[in-house]
Ligand binder design. Sequence first.
Ligand SMILES: Cc1cc2nc3c(=O)[nH]c(=O)nc-3n(C[C@H](O)[C@H](O)[C@H](O)COP(=O)(O)OP(=O)(O)OC[C@H]3O[C@@H](n4cnc5c(N)ncnc54)[C@H](O)[C@@H]3O)c2cc1C
Length: 304
Amino acid sequence: MTDIQIQALGSKAAALGCKYIKGAMLRDFTTFGTGGKIPVLIELSGSEAAREIVKFLNSEDLPYFVIGRGSNILAEDCDIDMVFLHTGSLMNEIKAEGERVICEAGAALSAVCLCARDNHLTGLEFAYGIPAGVGGAVYMNAGAYGGEIKDVIEWAEAVDCDGNEFRLTASEMDMSYRHSIFCGKKNIITKVCFKLQKGDKEKIGARMSELAEQRRLKQPLEYRSAGSTFKRPQGAYAAALIEQCGLKGYAVGGAMVSEKHSGFVINTGEATFADVRAVIEHVQKVVKEQTGYELECEPEIIRG
Ligand SMILES: Cc1cc2nc3c(=O)[nH]c(=O)nc-3n(C[C@H](O)[C@H](O)[C@H](O)COP(=O)(O)OP(=O)(O)OC[C@H]3O[C@@H](n4cnc5c(N)ncnc54)[C@H](O)[C@@H]3O)c2cc1C
């Protein structure tokens, strides 16, 4: 990106009410904590900004990447020459309407769960504690404890790679295990509607607290990570296979297979992208050799 392009983009973003960070470090926007310097990160202010900025980037032939809360991303530490469009705190409105909760894509998924509880709405308890933005949760069809986003979503609005807005209903989103129609596309999810059911606020709250406690007991939340590092292979559990292969605690530099939950590769301090890649590749190789299962990496890898 040239300085002139960066300046023009900055003016455009400011005029649209967006926040704009020049020369940001991607590691500051990922939960694992890797990722090198990027020319520009734009925190989008809404769907109009998303449309206009995508059109501008296309006119300048500039590549972009959409980032939510960065909790499913492993990024290289070198310079990454892409514009990052962030759906975050400028797009975090959440409102309940009858049995629906409608929210902007930058809202924290856990905040949406709390809004549902406060409005006596059940269905989203499973999602409490997933450190996602709503857009990222829909993109990945995030799930836990027997629930998935696909069970509760009614529609999502997004901006496509030409800057046009569209809406898809649940059945049009082709959602399955950690997959949606948005995967691999340059859409920006902007707004989401969850359809829930009337429930008992106390019971909803109690279930959410119980699941949060399970996470605290079983997951290495005291370390930075990108959550489960491997997708669940057909007919097995990644964590059980890794443990069976004696890989708990396997480390390269600052990246380590968690002792607490072997499905998580954690950042014990100063992990680099190369460290985490080395741990992931070693785990994949050993598990394949010893059990025959192929483990697929769940977080998205961003290369420079
Ligand atoms: C401690 C921990 C626990 C976790 N537990 C779970 C769990 O129980 N279940 C689970 O499913 N996941 C879990 N995860 C992984 C992660 O939280 C989910 O994958 C989540 O859905 C990612 O959301 P995000 O906003 O952080 O997306 P990001 O990591 O920012 O992005 C992930 C993908 O979504 C895309 N994306 C993000 N926002 C948008 C948007 N607005 N429009 C279009 N595309 C977008 C990005 O381009 C990228 O391809 C966990 C992670 C951590 C660190």
